[in-house]
Design a protein around this ligand. Sequence first.
Ligand code: SF4
Length: 582
Amino acid sequence: MTTPPTTTGPAPARPARTERPARPERPAGDRPVRGDRPARPASRPHGQWKVDGTEPLNANEQWKQEDGGLAVRERIERIYADGGFASIDPTDLHGRFRWWGLYTQRKPGIDGGRTATLEPHELEDEYFMLRVRIDGGQLTTEQLRVIGGISTEFGRDTADLTDRQNIQLHWIRVEDVPEIWRRLEAVGLGTTEACGDVPRVVLGSPVAGIAADELIDPTPQIDEITSRFIGDESLANLPRKFKSALTGHPSQDVVHEINDVAFVAVEHPELGVGYDLWVGGGLSTAPRLAERLGVFVAPERVAEAWHGVAQIFRDYGYRRLRNKARLKFLLADWGVAKFREVLETEYLDAPLPDGPAAPTPTTPGDHVGVHRQKDGRFYVGATPIVGRVSGPILTRLADLVEAHGSTRLRTTPHQKVVILDIPEDRVESLIAGLDELGLSARPSLIRRGTIACTGIEFCKLAIVETKAYATAAVLELEERLAGFDLPHPISLHVNGCPNSCARIQTADIGLKGQLIMDDSGEQVPGYQVHLGGGLASLDRDEAGLGRTVRGLKVTADGIADYVERVVTRFLAERDGAADESF
Ligand code: SF4
């Protein structure tokens, strides 16, 4: 530090004031610069690489630049798997591990009231959650059996189907991670960029290539994106996560409105079948639905367009504040017209033609039930309760599917599973076998519409348990609502904290975990209620975000009572139209 010069002697006399002519008005950006100092920027930089330069503006950005997340794999294999949990560098543990689908899980027994008061290391266990990436949700029975085996051997039989088509395991030790990777990669699976500030799993229509009413099979486009860009260092340091979705099915079955980039099949009157490009969706902080760019993307240009949007996010995305670092904030500031112009002029080989919007879906996108394929065989969609399965269930499911003449299945963005290629005369036998595994192809509408995030059982950010409470509520409601004629599934989405891993703002009833006061003034686990959200579907023309109702909260063990009240009131007051929105 330098010492300022001291002054001695009397202060110089101040010059007499003289009258000056009024200064002419100047535009704000044209102000004169005082002395040789550069002009102070109007506001603090957002950390946009192309605008502000790549100087890191926070600790996250610094370590990402110094040594990227992908680099940690070599250390896991060479050092940490031998040295165990205690040998892991903290920046690797809390940062770079995510690039390989690894998060530390919550230490058992820490209640939600302490989530905000404890340091992260006090909340975390020495075990990991491991997310297996399943792009497009496409699985073979061989792959499923490997995941089931890993769950049983290394993950205490835990397994959850997530609402992003992944399968998540728990209780994983770092010592076992290299062997787990070896087994996954031997069957074409992996955990590369399953978490972290990277392009996450690419959602794809669960019925790609098989549905009789499909407009186009997006599998070649998904394959091109994942083979060219997943694990690519040039996209391995994005401002934050980057979520993608592609569908060729008219049910628009990939929740495209809440992804950073999404391609939805559409028929152009002159150009044939291609995709409608959406950008900038996302929930959690400042939830925002994606917007159409109004362009038509031919199938052969999907990877180029996807890459362009990803590069815009990398180069112009906000990096200074992590809670402003999603693409939706850039889109909100730029608007659709500027976003399209930058995409076309700076990133694409040629402009994209204008394109029409895809029609509103007229069939549900969860694919539950029995459906005819284009080749005459059938696909069967089945649901566990809130995505919870187990290693043995996955292994037995692989056996069951093979025993019915198939080797293919899909995970869905609704925590469900779809079994493909079943001959007509084996469908009922398959359904009976699925029931024995707790996977229902003819579920109640409440079971079908309920999803839940990981919650306090394993998540360090959670305030409230989710899957257990939601499961209890589903079982209770199946009894209580058995005699009612519900017009369509009721979407009940349950989150364990203010984040939105279970998409609470897009549900008929969304529950956001928090501690609340019960009737006797005791602080208990509960939820803030969001009502009236939903994505475009057969009972609503367009997506809309649910809203909180001031003061409307429900205790964790009061979910069934609350939902029953809402449903019975809806049924009593609806005007009789079977497709009236819940
Ligand atoms: Fe964890 Fe919250 Fe996400 Fe649930 S919503 S998984 S509690 S971060």
